[in-house]
Design a protein around this ligand. Sequence first.
Ligand code: FAD
Length: 414
Amino acid sequence: MSDAIGETWAGTHRFHARDLVRARSVAEVQEAVRSRTGPVRALGTRHSFNDVADTAGTLVSVVDVPPEPRLSATGDVVAVGAGIRYGELAIWLEQHGRALHNMGSLPHISVAGAVATGTHGSGDRLRLLADAVRALEFVDAAGELQRVERDDPRFGGFVVGLGAYGIVTRVELAVEPSYRMRQRLHVGLDWDVLADRFDDVTAAGTSVSLFTHWGAPTVEHVLVKQRVDGSFDASVLDAVREAEAGERFDQVSWTPQDGSVGPWLERLPHFRLEETPSFGDEIQSEYFVPRAHAPAAIAAVRELAADIDPHLIITEIRTIAADDTWLGPASGRDTVAIHFTWMRHDDAVRALLPGIEAALHPFDVRPHWGKWNAFDDAGIAAAYPRLADARALYRDLDPEGVFSNAYLERLGVR
Ligand SMILES: Cc1cc2nc3c(=O)[nH]c(=O)nc-3n(C[C@H](O)[C@H](O)[C@H](O)COP(=O)(O)OP(=O)(O)OC[C@H]3O[C@@H](n4cnc5c(N)ncnc54)[C@H](O)[C@@H]3O)c2cc1C
C-alpha cells in the first residue's frame, strides 16, 4: 500500500499500487509502460468508488498531459488529450461554438475515465458519453502508440474498455453546434403516475432525472433539462408543482434550476465545474435494467425502502438510449439507471447490495463498473452477452495481462 497515492475521490478505496507516474507527454506514458517492473494501469481523476483503477504495480495518469484540443476542418470532431476533464473541454468547445451531445452529472471527471467505465447522463435519446468517441489512441502493452477508429469491427470493445487493453492518450469526439438549455425542478411526483406514465415522464425533456428516497410518499424531485431547440410534451408534469426558489438544490454547487436559458454546459451537468461537487462523503452504487422493466424494477426496490433509506443520501433514476458497446450499461437495450448515493455506512451498504441485486435480478440487471456492487464473474457473464468478445480482444492485445488487475480478474473480464 502506498500512502502517497492515497484514495479514490470519495475515499471509498485506498490504492494498493506501488507507484504513480504523472505523465506530462505521450512519450512519458510509453516510457512508463516500457520500463515497468510489474503490472501497469491507467488512473483518471479517481472518481470511481471501487478498485477498478487499482493495480499491484504502477498507476499511470494522463491527466497532466497538455490536452491540446483541435477541431476537425468540418468542425464536427474534436481531438483532445484523454486526461482532460469534461468541464474544461466543455468550456473550450463553447468558446469555439461547439457542444457535446451529453454529459454526466459531474464535469470534473476525465474523458478517458468516463469513457472507460460507461459513464452516462440522462435522456431517452442520449447514449453514453462514450458514444461520442470516433477514434482513440492508446499506448499498448509493448509501449507502442496505436490508433483505432469507429469503423473497426472491434470498436465496441475499445470504448467502455475498463483500462483493460492500454492507456488511452487521445480521443476524437463527435461535437455539434453549441445549443442552449433550460432546467426546471419539480416537487412531488405521484409514484402511481410514474409507474403508469414512465415514458411520458422521461420524455418531458432532453434529460430527466428523478431524485427520491424510496419510502417517500411521492417521488421527491423531478429535474428536467430541455434544449430550447427541441420540442417536448411535458404535460404529465403540469400537476407537479415547480420548486420555489428556497426549495431548489443548493445553488452554489448545482447548475441553475430556475427555468432560465443558458449555454448547454451550464445546464446539462448537475454540478458546476468551479465548485466542489456532490456530497463528497459518500458511496455510490448504480444498477441498469431494460427500460421496459422500469415500473416493475422501481416497485421491487420500493419493497426494500425501510432497509435502504436509513443509509441513503439520495437515489437518482435516469434513462439511457441503447448502443452497440460490448460492455456498456445500455449495450443492446434502452435502459433505466437506478442510482444510490449512500452515506459512508460502509458495512451496512455492503450488506444491502446483494438484496438490491436480488430484487433486480429478474430484470437482467447490470452494475455500474465504477461504483460499489456485489457482482461476481458469473453475474457479469450473465449480464453482458458480449463479454466473451471483450475478453478475447483484451487477451489478444495484452496476452501477458500487463493492464489486468484484481478487479478485472474477479469479475471475469481478464
Ligand atoms: C460525484 C460523482 C458523480 C458521478 N456521476 C456520474 C454520472 O453522472 N454518471 C455515471 O455514469 N457515472 C458517474 N460517476 C462515476 C464516474 O463517472 C466513473 O467512475 C468514471 O469512470 C470516473 O472517471 P475517472 O477519470 O475518475 O476514472 P478513474 O476512477 O480514475 O478510473 C476509472 C477507470 O478508467 C480507467 N482509465 C482512466 N484513465 C484511463 C486512460 N487514460 N486510459 C485507459 N483507461 C483509463 C481506469 O483504468 C479505470 O479502469 C460519478 C462519480 C462521482 C464521484
